[in-house]
Design a protein around this ligand. Structure first.
Ligand code: 5GP
Ligand code: MN
Length: 341
């Protein structure tokens, strides 16, 4: 048996909104990851089974390694088709906001479209401090993935039977990716009860792992190898590590979106390292990814210094300046967090 996490009242409200809705849109955060796509498609297949006109609209392109999931062909990329996606958003009477807590996480353009839509909105998310822009806000930072919350929501609405393999595969993908294949935030027994149910629905968990994690390009493997061997700096006194990659270095390895996914976790595999930062140069800013172990607050560092936020152990943000400046900043701020070591 699963413990009841989502309140009865919210489950009933969502069931009613779905019942009344004709056109449903599902949205998730910019640069969608396994959990964003997994929760969106999990919900999408379920709503399709209910015969609801449903479209998943994502702010920008999705990573190639998730294209194996059923339903990805029907996902609409807002940055590619802003007019068509905008029309769908305008026409929607219900919008599910999955795996993000603030409109800003949709990116500048889509943020406006969702904010100005008259549709009822339901947030299902696990990031801290949700903004209050939804009619129903299901926010549980203690749950390790939004995909798990979507599964719980569907079950609690009494519709477990409508849940089939494609949906289950998407949900499992989100649970797996947001826990690093069940290596962090993964100590709750409910999670394994849910996986048992997903397996009974016909998922092939070994195959999902292979499709998500073992489909790298040679360039990606070489880029990651280069980053670790040449660009890793360790600060033993602060139990911290940093990896940086400039545009030039990324171009050298024909960088494609997602190629540095997971790189930030690598230094946490070093004994006594509890805080890892990865800085990747983008066109107009430097993308910041932070990971930590234990009680070291990666999200505090992200919000205090890098215009971002996130979870205790996984956070991110943006830095407007040069690579030299961000490196200098990082070294300077490390001592401020010694109390968490
Ligand atoms: P990643 O390092 O994988 O890009 O992000 C890890 C986590 O940090 C995300 O799940 C999200 O919660 C948070 N995060 C990443 N980038 C940002 C950002 O720019 N702003 C905020 N508020 N959170 C971010
Ligand atoms: Mn997530």
């Amino acid at each position: 048996m699963m413990s009841k996490i989502i309140s009865e009242n919210k489950v009933a409200q969502v069931a009613k909104l779905i019942d009344k809705a004709k056109n449903i849109v599902i949205v998730c955060h910019i640069a969608p990851d396994g959990d964003a796509i997994g929760s969106s498609l999990g919900m999408y297949h379920f709503l399709n089974a209910l015969d609801k006109m449903t479209t998943v609209v994502i702010p920008d392109a999705m990573p190639d390694n998730l294209l194996f999931l059923k339903g990805t062909k029907e996902i609409l990329n807002y940055s590619k088709y802003p007019e068509f996606a905008g029309e769908l958003i305008e026409k929607a009477d219900l919008i599910f906001c999955l795996d993000f807590n603030a409109l800003k996480r949709l990116g500048e353009k889509m943020e406006v479209a969702i904010a100005s839509s008259k549709a009822r909105k339901v947030m299902v998310d696990h990031h801290l401090d949700p903004e209050g822009f939804c009619d129903v806000t299901i926010s549980h930072p203690e749950i390790s993935s939004t995909s798990e919350l979507v599964f719980r929501l569907i079950c609690r609405m009494g519709m477990f039977d409508l849940f089939e393999t494609d949906s289950a595969t998407a949900i499992y993908t989100g649970m797996m990716t947001d826990t690093g294949n069940f290596t962090y935030n993964s100590n709750k027994s409910d999670m394994y009860f849910i996986i048992e149910e997903l397996i009974k629905k016909g998922i092939d968990k070994d195959e999902i792992y292979t499709k998500v994690f073992n489909t790298n390009t040679v360039d990606k493997i070489r880029l990651n190898g280069y980053a670790v061997s040449e660009k890793l700096e360790v600060f033993p006194k602060h139990k911290a590590a940093m990896i940086t990659l400039t545009r030039e270095e990324l171009n050298r390895y024909h960088y494609r979106k997602g190629d540095s996914e997971g790189l930030v976790n690598v230094p946490l595999g070093i004994e006594n390292i509890v805080f890892s930062a990865f800085f990747r140069e983008e066109k107009d800013f430097i993308k910041v990814s932070l990971r930590s172990r234990g009680s070291f607050p990666a999200n505090k560092v992200a919000s205090e210094h890098f215009n971002g936020g996130g979870h205790l152990n996984a956070a991110g943000g943006e830095f407007y300046g040069t690579m030299e400046e961000i490196k200098e900043r990082f070294v300077k701020i490390l001592p401020l967090y010694n109390q968490y070591l």
